[in-house]
Design a protein. Structure first.
Length: 306
């Protein structure tokens, strides 16, 4: 295996691992937000992640250029705003419908890449996008009505896709750690603004704090660093399709640890998403490690776990 191919494969595997970690948080979040409002939970989670990351990566963060800092701020605003909008949408729509609409970033990512960056999307990639989207529908969609909640959630999906495309365009492996740290801080500010009106509610007991710390340090700080490195070696559409595995892992952990039942929908939908990922993986070509981000755009993968 050549070095470029090896890095691409490693980035894909790392991204799958990050997605699995994120998928493991869904049943934890479901229990935690019963007592801690979603915006408050997000603020505390990303606040802890930002503090830990800056303590560990202070030198790399301070070494960022002004351009990288501006990019990190813009990307943090995009992602933090998407989280807030998704949270607002969840107050007016079913979680299953929200999960499917949010998953449309799989389609929106190549569309935005083609429109904004004039990227060429191969037919096999469009086929994988369609298959992954259909799999998401089988996994989560049990009814659909267009209303305020659905509109807010769709807007959040657009922002998630924009974040994927934008960070994919400008991310480099060298700046990955610093960019991830800046984003964590900006996300904390954005979600904190949403949490201000009702005051900040903290977890009530040790079990809730343990869940929150896992999501802050492992699924937050660790995942932000991992995904930002992986994105420097993957195209936007490829990473978006890999990220479509998130509801598959969420269903897996909900059955394994959350006490839910395995259904035919989970098996069929999950198989469709996995097939889509392998389709794009087998047909992909490695990225040139010496190319700049502008010459060969990589990607950042998102987590949308509210």
């Amino acid at each position: 295996m050549t070095a470029p191919a090896g890095r691409t494969r490693l980035a894909t595997l790392l991204l799958v691992g990050v997605t699995a970690v994120w998928g493991s948080t869904f049943f934890l979040i479901r229990d935690l937000v019963e007592t801690v409002p979603p915006a408050d939970f997000l603020t505390v989670r990303f606040g802890i992640a930002a503090i830990v990351m800056f303590a560990l990566f202070r030198r790399q963060t301070l070494a960022l250029s002004r351009r990288d800092l501006r990019i990190g701020v813009v990307l943090g605003v995009l992602y933090g705003s998407a989280q807030v909008l998704q949270t607002m949408g969840l107050q007016h729509t079913d979680a299953s419908v929200s999960g499917f609409i949010t998953g449309t970033y799989v389609v929106l990512t190549p569309v935005l890449g083609a429109v904004l960056l004039r990227e060429h999307i191969r037919p096999v990639t469009w086929a994988a996008v369609a298959l992954a989207t259909a799999g998401l529908a089988v996994l989560s969609l049990q009814g659909f009505a267009v209303g305020a909640g659905e509109a807010l959630t769709l807007f959040s999906a657009v922002l998630y896709a924009g974040h994927i495309v934008a960070l994919g365009r400008w991310s480099t492996a060298q700046a990955a750690v610093g960019l991830a740290t800046v984003q964590a801080g900006v996300i904390t500010v954005v979600t904190g603004v949403a949490a201000v009106p009702g005051g900040l509610t903290l977890p009530a007991d040790g079990g809730q704090w343990a869940s929150l710390l896992y999501m802050a340090l492992i699924a937050g700080a660790g995942a932000l660093w991992s995904q930002t490195w992986a994105q420097a070696h993957l195209t936007a559409t490829r990473a978006a399709i890999v990220m479509a595995l998130e509801p598959v892992f969420a269903a897996f952990f909900a059955v394994l640890l959350g006490g839910e039942s395995l259904t035919r929908r989970m098996l069929i939908g999950g198989a469709m998403v996995v097939t889509a990922m392998y389709l794009v993986e087998l047909k992909s070509t490695p990225r040139d490690p010496d190319a700049t981000a502008a010459e060969d755009p990589p990607v950042e993968a998102l987590h949308h776990d509210v």
